[in-house]
Design a protein around this ligand. Structure first.
Ligand SMILES: [Zn+2]
Length: 334
């Protein structure tokens, strides 16, 4: 019998990752490949996805007709039926169509789309969740932006187009004048995402009313070199401005976690995303808060807090899981 394969794609603002695996999704057999996201025209991303998929098939001596499904997880929002990504500043275009180019290059192969954080929660569900938490898990990405995925009562929450858990744009500070990428004010993403942390530091530096000598030394006085990474590093070394911004990032993450637990009554929240490179400055504070004094932030019994061991690849693992679950008509995605 000819071996059947499934493919996964994860499209982010910086990287596009693809993977291929046997249909049974045996972790040891997963092959991966990645390339920097190209944003020259609105067709660049679709073209690059097709190129990477063709290459990974060729490199592993797999023919197109052995492929029984392709799962695409993308930074969103996106419409999971039409495969169109919309309102996303980091791709540089108002709308990007993903379904058309992939269908043209891989005709007749079932194609499934999912918001990347919803994909990630599927990856957590299949690859790492424990028995006692598996039916009620939330995944939160703290990255350039903030996104979430929820499995509640054993079902993935989808919404009318596929964007049920845009938690980064929930307000965590009603009297805020801090602007978010989405155009709103007071969003969790504006305080606690990588882009939020960076722009808050740059705003404060412009006002020059708080000491940031250590941060400025780290970047050699060049403000264009400041990102969340440098701010977290400066905070570790005692920089006053950076410490304040990191403290607020952590505080508003407690607010966000509390709201999520109120809405979904989850057993466990898994964190992932690029900011987990500095997780020691974030996660222990969240765990301690919800162990010691959860009621300040949530009325429900608090969740366990964990980080995904798959780091930057959990979205890709989720894209593969989506195909497996769709093909076997698993209850989680039905
Ligand atoms: Zn927002």
């Amino acid at each position: 019998m000819v071996q059947e394969y499934i493919a996964g794609v994860d499209i982010g603002g910086t990287w596009i990752r693809v993977a291929i695996c046997t249909k049974d999704l045996n972790e040891e057999l997963i092959k991966k490949k990645k390339s920097r996201t190209i944003k020259e025209t609105k067709f660049s991303i679709g073209k690059l996805v097709c190129k990477l998929l063709s290459e990974i098939l060729e490199e592993n001596l797999i023919k197109k007709d052995q492929l029984v499904g392709i799962g695409v997880a993308s930074a969103g929002p996106l419409n999971i039926e039409t495969g169109v990504v919309f309102n996303i500043s980091k791709f540089g275009f108002k709308e990007i169509s993903l379904r058309d180019p992939i269908e043209q290059a891989f005709p007749g192969i079932p194609l499934y789309f999912i918001n990347d954080a919803s994909g990630a929660v599927l990856g957590v569900h299949y690859f790492e969740a424990d028995e006692d938490e598996i039916n009620n898990i939330v995944y939160i990405t703290l990255s350039t932006g903030i996104g979430g995925g929820v499995i509640c009562n054993g079902h993935l929450l989808i919404g009318k187009e596929g964007n049920a858990v845009e938690i980064g744009h929930g307000s965590v500070e009603s009297r805020s004048n801090i602007k978010c990428n989405c155009g709103g004010v007071g969003c969790w993403e504006a305080y606690s995402s990588g882009s939020g942390v960076k722009s808050r530091a740059l705003d404060a530096l412009e006002k020059k009313n708080i000491n940031a000598d250590i941060l400025l030394k780290i970047v050699g006085g060049d403000l264009s070199k400041i990102s969340a990474k440098e701010i977290f590093k400066a905070a570790r070394k005692g920089d006053i401005l950076s410490t304040k911004i990191v403290d607020e990032c952590v505080f508003y993450t407690k607010v966000g976690v509390g709201l999520i637990n109120n809405y979904y009554d989850c057993s466990t929240i898994y964190f992932g995303g690029a900011m987990m490179k500095d997780k020691e400055q974030i996660i222990p504070h969240i765990i301690k808060q919800f162990e010691d004094e959860p009621l300040i932030f949530t009325i429900n019994r608090p969740p366990k807090i964990k980080t995904t061991k798959y780091e930057d690849e959990i979205g890709l693992m989720g894209a593969l899981t989506l195909v497996k679950y769709k093909l076997e008509q698993n209850d989680v995605v039905s």
